[in-house]
Write a protein of this length. Structure first.
Length: 142
């Protein structure tokens, strides 16, 4: 995996170890990136975050804290936040370790495609899970 990541100059990483800030709600977690890195106003950044969640009909999680979400909702917040980053590439490491259940994978990948308009998405997953991605997404085994 490290060899693959060395080939990419800059990327935003999503993994089971990617933290969300527990003292912030999900809108604030997503909006934090444009607020800090792009100096976007809080109101505008939160509006962008809300719009991201609305695209996949997840506005209901906007004001929730991390402990109130299931694995799929956490995955969507991680994706929405990564999409706010200026880097062109997002690397998702072992999405099944975040999602926990393979039955969530197809809908999560569909919603990822809805959210993503311009970023390069690379999924690094164990070779043993490769068949779960057949016909769905670009896959890189690790």
């Amino acid at each position: 995996m490290e060899e693959i990541l060395k080939e990419i100059e800059q990327y935003c990483l999503i993994s089971i170890d990617t933290p969300l800030l527990a003292n912030l709600n999900m809108i604030e977690n997503i909006a934090l990136i444009p607020e800090v890195h792009k100096h976007t106003s809080i109101k505008k950044a939160q509006e962008l975050a809300q719009n991201s969640l609305a695209k996949i009909d997840k506005e209901n999680i906007a004001l929730k804290r991390m402990h109130q979400l299931n694995e799929v909702e956490i995955f969507y917040v991680l994706i929405a936040r990564a999409l706010m980053d200026e880097r062109e590439t997002i690397v998702i490491v072992n999405p099944l370790s975040i999602l926990k259940h393979v039955e969530f994978l197809a809908i999560a990948m569909k919603n990822l495609a809805i959210l993503n308009e311009e970023k390069n998405i690379i999924i690094l997953e164990n070779d043993i899970n490769r068949f779960h991605y057949e016909g769905m997404w670009v896959f890189n085994g690790i």
